[in-house]
Design a protein around this ligand. Structure first.
Ligand code: SF4
Length: 457
């Protein structure tokens, strides 16, 4: 099981008809961003809210949706916090849902507790809500977040006057606007809009606060943005392959990253192989890009078992690993005697790719050459993606200095990783190739996973 996990997805609708079912569908289309909790809040003279532990499709019932009246509302899927949260305040009843992470949360909580504030569970969303509610109005409260919070947030706030949608001043996490007849929608990713037959309007800009109501979208405040810092990992792994993030289609980005790996093999004198294959699902776009550039046949070598996706409910680690193994079974006929280029988005702890290489070798593969779209992961994320700790990152165990700009250092690391996972060769995209393949200015990206620099510092 891939050990990178997303944290949250948010969705909101303002319309003229009951909105609960649309929100249910919207958060279902964002389920890949978090599978632990799901929730919906709607406004009907006050806030109605229902949250569950588990996936949207398994947990929300018809009765739940009937108990969520109203024509505007917000929804959330999450890895670690149950949201939306509902509050009674002088601003009326509100509900808040957010995606991201607050680095200075302990500091902020201490300061607020010294002023007499109390916290229930200490969730980040609780902190965000209290900062918003301390202000005289919702817009000023959202604006105050920028001055107080170090970290990343995209958020939606459900109020009596409509829904506020906002993105932090760096634009770490995505947020996009869409519309249909009599409907205005906010989503973490465009795939929810596309799949609901809505038209994509535009991305929310870093630092922008948008009011969504019967007049459509109104920018009620634009905070100054020191720079953009879009999470580069969204295009490589986090976002769904059918989404468009900040104008760049995820599929195109992954194909470019795969093509860059093929170019590197060509530049190194070419690679003798029979086929290129993905580690499903995250390696598919990268393998396609490698195939299109190299002309090597594209072939699936693993079958994804869609009915074995409940590994988080297994009782212990051994049971979870067994279930994770059942998720991807080897297509023996396609593998036996073949030299395979195996593409994946990244290597975190190295356990998943080690198991996949082992599975292919046991099925009779002649050789397995692993190609990795992202440069070696050297630093954990501070901005809302669970990429594990320093100690768990495989590349970190070998290369303590984080010197991945040097091709010589990268080659040494690759030889070490290949030996660890039993592959015949391993190649990563270098930082330059990675950034060039994405095609966005380096200064518009967060690359902290790889270079250790927080864009805010
Ligand atoms: S640290 Fe990595 S995962 Fe986190 S926002 Fe930056 S690029 Fe994305």
């Amino acid at each position: 099981m891939k050990s990178i996990r997303d944290n949250c997805g948010i969705f909101a609708v303002y319309g003229q008809a009951p909105c609960a079912f649309t929100i249910y569908q919207g958060i279902d289309f964002l389920q890949h961003r978090g599978q632990q909790y799901c929730g919906i809040a709607t406004y009907d003279g006050g806030v109605r809210q229902i949250t569950h532990h588990g996936k949207v499709i398994n947990q929300f019932t018809d009765q739940d949706l009937e108990n969520l009246p109203g024509t505007w509302g917000i929804g959330h899927v999450s890895l670690r916090e149950r949201q939306p949260v509902k509050w009674q305040s002088l601003q009326g009843e509100i509900a808040v849902a957010f995606s991201g992470n607050i680095i200075n949360d302990q500091e902020l909580k201490q300061e607020m507790m010294h002023r007499g504030k109390a916290f229930w569970r200490g969730y980040n969303v609780e902190l965000i809500s209290k900062i918003i509610l301390e202000a005289s109005d919702t817009v000023s409260g959202i604006a105050d977040l920028a001055a107080k919070i170090r970290g990343a947030y995209s958020l939606v706030v459900l109020t009596r006057e409509g829904i506020y949608a906002a993105r932090d001043v760096y634009g770490f996490r995505p947020l996009i606007l869409g519309q249909g007849p009599g409907q205005w929608v906010v989503s973490s990713e465009s795939r929810a809009l596309q799949n609901l037959d809505l038209e994509i309007v535009r991305d929310v800009q870093p630092g922008e606060i948008v009011l969504v109501n019967g007049s459509g979208f109104t920018t009620v405040r634009q905070l100054p943005s020191p720079r953009r810092a879009h999470c580069a990992f969204e295009w490589a792994y986090t976002a769904s392959i059918d989404s468009i993030i900040d104008g760049l289609p995820v599929l195109a980005a992954r194909q470019h990253l795969g093509a860059a790996l093929a170019q590197r093999d060509q530049a190194d004198g070419g690679l003798e192989a029979d086929l290129v294959a993905p580690v499903p699902m995250s390696g598919i776009g990268h393998a396609l890009g490698y195939h299109l550039h190299s002309r090597l046949p594209y072939q699936e070598v693993f079958l994804y078992n869609r009915y074995a996706d409940r590994s988080y409910t297994q009782a212990n680690q051994i049971a979870r690993e067994k279930m994770a193994k059942r998720k991807l079974s080897v297509l023996h006929y396609a593998v036996k005697g073949k030299s395979i280029v195996l593409c994946d988005d990244s290597i975190v702890r190295g356990t998943q790719i080690l198991n996949k290489v082992d599975d292919l070798k046991k099925a009779g593969a002649k050789a397995v050459h692993v190609r990795v779209a992202c440069p070696p992961l050297m630093y954990p994320c501070d901005f809302g993606i669970s990429t594990r700790t320093y100690e768990e990152l495989m590349a970190r165990k070998y290369l303590y200095q984080g010197d991945i700009d040097s091709l010589a250092a990268l080659r040494q690391l690759e030889a070490w990783v290949a030996a660890q996972i039993g592959a015949d060769s391993v190649k990563y995209n270098s930082m330059d190739h990675f950034v060039n393949a994405l095609g966005l200015p380096r200064t518009d990206l967060c690359l902290k996973c790889w270079d250790g620099h927080r864009p805010q510092e």
